[in-house]
Write a protein that binds this ligand. Structure first.
Ligand SMILES: [Zn+2]
Length: 285
């Protein structure tokens, strides 16, 4: 979607809905190349973008019992509809016990889902037109602890970010050119990562070593990995789908709920570093 401020001006790309993103547009183009079902030749292939949101919830008023309710949204819907509390677009899908989160995901990404993911599923829409629907995971929105749990990396390990490979020692370079370069090095759910986890699991479960044993750490620690069999890495291993890119920023948890204070302090320090006049100008504004 583009906007032209005047007839002579260059069109400007607008970023507003999930379904106008590059990701969605490219996925739509990709599914057009998948041959149509011979039994229903006049059916259009379409993409349904699935957005997953989960957050830890206390189950009791006293005590520590908690679970992770999962809500599912469709990125094909207008964001203004998704934001309305009464629109019933958040589908309450499951409760995940933290220790079994990968096992429960394995039940959700079952053979039927993977068939639909690969070959599509015929669905009759409300306008009585049948489409071949390809469900795609688009975003996984959660707090940092839940994100790293699904990414399969260590909590504040050597590489603490579930998206890029920035080392913890370089986090203080936030906002610099060097930081920019680090962020371009992203995680990829490669065969190399899966093989390392498989070797570590073999050492633990077959050879009887402790999960924190040096021999396990020697394999996993340098890349911040954990010996958990990651359901996303396993299920999408044969597809061109980097599941690390699902872990998008959660604006509410990672920015608005307190982190903004630290961010502002860092910005002020940058302004001080640029000279006293800059901070005076900031105060003035
Ligand atoms: Zn990062």
């Amino acid at each position: 979607m583009t906007w032209r401020p005047s007839k002579s001006a260059e069109p400007i790309r607008l970023y507003r809905e999930v379904y106008t993103s590059d990701e969605m547009v490219n996925t739509y183009k990709e599914v057009q190349n998948i041959p149509l079902d011979p039994s229903s030749p006049n059916v259009e292939n379409v993409v349904v973008e699935i957005l997953v949101y989960l957050d830890a919830t206390r189950l009791v008023q006293f005590g520590m019992a908690s679970a992770h309710p999962v809500y599912l949204f469709f990125g094909n819907l207008l964001k203004y509809i998704c934001c309305q509390p009464g629109s019933h677009v958040a589908h309450h899908t499951a409760y995940f016990p933290q220790e079994l989160i990968h096992a429960v995901w394995m039940l959700i990404l079952n053979a039927a889902f993977m068939m639909a993911y690969q070959f599509g599923i015929l669905v009759c829409f409300a306008d009585k037109i049948v489409h071949c629907v390809f469900p795609c995971l688009f975003a996984y929105m959660a707090d940092y602890p839940e994100k790293i749990l699904m990414a399969g990396i260590r909590n504040m390990g050597i590489c603490p970010c579930p998206w890029c490979l920035i080392p913890k020692a370089c986090l203080s370079a936030l906002g610099t050119l060097q930081d920019d370069n680090w962020r371009k090095k992203i995680w990829v759910n490669s065969h190399h990562l899966r093989a390392k986890v498989a070797i570590a699991r073999d050492i633990i479960y077959r050879q009887g070593n402790h999960v924190y044993a040096n021999v396990v750490n020697d394999i996993l620690k340098s890349e911040s990995l954990i010996p958990t069999m990651n359901v996303f890495h396993t299920m999408f291993a044969n597809f061109d789908f980097n599941t690390f890119l699902l872990f998008v920023m959660d604006l509410m948890h990672e920015f608005e709920l307190g982190v903004f204070r630290d961010f502002l302090i860092h910005l002020l320090q940058l302004l001080y570093a640029c000279g006293v006049e800059t901070i005076a100008e900031f105060d003035h504004q």
